[in-house]
Design a protein around this ligand. Structure first.
Ligand code: ADP
Ligand code: ADP
Length: 229
């Protein structure tokens, strides 16, 4: 089925007398099981698009539907609920809480969703196992390598069983070995049917996806699906 659909999405910023059209009519559909990279140079509109896809911001005009929900119609509270329930975020800076163990970090989205403690623990342990960190569940972020921290973040993104995994420059802070590990993990998740959107400015990283969508000056250029290895 269709996971998300953008139809004529525009986003403008007005700062004083300066008007910027960051997105100029984006049409994009992503189906269940797709793995799409959105790639573009600095200033092309990637962050703006990421914020809209992630329900952190709403379009100036046009529509964004996520699993059938018209996101533009939602209140702040409903947006927060949709973010926690439907989207798993992975960020360049990992965004783990430093004072919490890997297990507690992964449990957090379940805690927000009101899942009881024992089920939370069981599901968080399963997600950490899924990313190969069963032997690191009681470590705090500073006791883990960058690659391991990003795998904890991926476990946190998976644990709610989201409709969409949104990874924003997930390898931007990693060395080449950890970059390969994280891209291999995303590919495995895709093979298992996960829907993934990867935002990057790196050609090498974008190539890991099944389809690359290029953004330039707020407009998309969709390329043909890549032949899979
Ligand atoms: P990217 O992530 O590809 O670097 P952005 O989405 O951050 O691109 O920016 C796209 C355009 O929108 C740029 O011209 C940027 O200066 C402008 N822009 C982004 N955010 C804001 C904002 N909050 N206020 C004003 N202009 C913004
Ligand atoms: P990598 O395996 O990515 O090269 P490191 O060489 O930094 O990572 O770490 C090797 C192992 O040591 C990792 O599995 C990590 O969990 C552990 N480790 C790294 N730093 C610390 C630390 N400060 N305290 C405890 N364990 C650590």
């Amino acid at each position: 089925g269709v996971v998300l659909h953008l139809d004529g999405v525009r986003k403008s910023y007005q700062t004083g007398t300066l008007h910027v059209d960051a997105l100029r009519g984006i049409d994009l559909g992503i189906d269940e099981g797709d793995y799409v990279a959105i790639m573009g140079p600095s200033g092309s509109g990637k962050s703006t698009l990421m914020n809209i896809l992630g329900c952190l911001d709403t379009p100036t005009s046009g529509t964004y539907r996520l699993v059938g929900v018209d996101v533009g119609e939602l209140s702040e509270n409903e947006l927060a609920e949709v973010r926690n329930r439907l989207i798993g975020f992975v960020f360049q800076q990992f965004n783990l809480l430093a004072h919490l163990t890997a297990l507690r970090n992964v449990e957090l989205p379940l805690a927000y969703a009101g899942v009881p403690g024992d089920e939370r623990r069981r599901r968080a342990l399963a997600a950490l196992g899924r990313v190969g960190l069963s032997d690191r569940v009681d470590h705090r972020p500073r006791e883990l390598s960058g690659g391991q921290q990003q795998r904890v973040a991926i476990a946190r993104a998976l644990v709610t069983d989201p409709a969409l995994i949104l990874a924003d420059e997930p390898t931007g802070n990693l060395d080449s070995r950890s970059t390969r590990d994280v891209l291999a993990l995303l590919e495995e998740l895709h093979d298992q049917g996960r829907t993934i959107v990867l935002i990057t400015h790196e050609e090498e990283v974008a190539r890991a996806a099944q389809r690359v969508v290029r953004i330039h000056d707020g407009e998309l250029r969709v390329t043909a699906p890549a032949v899979r290895r």
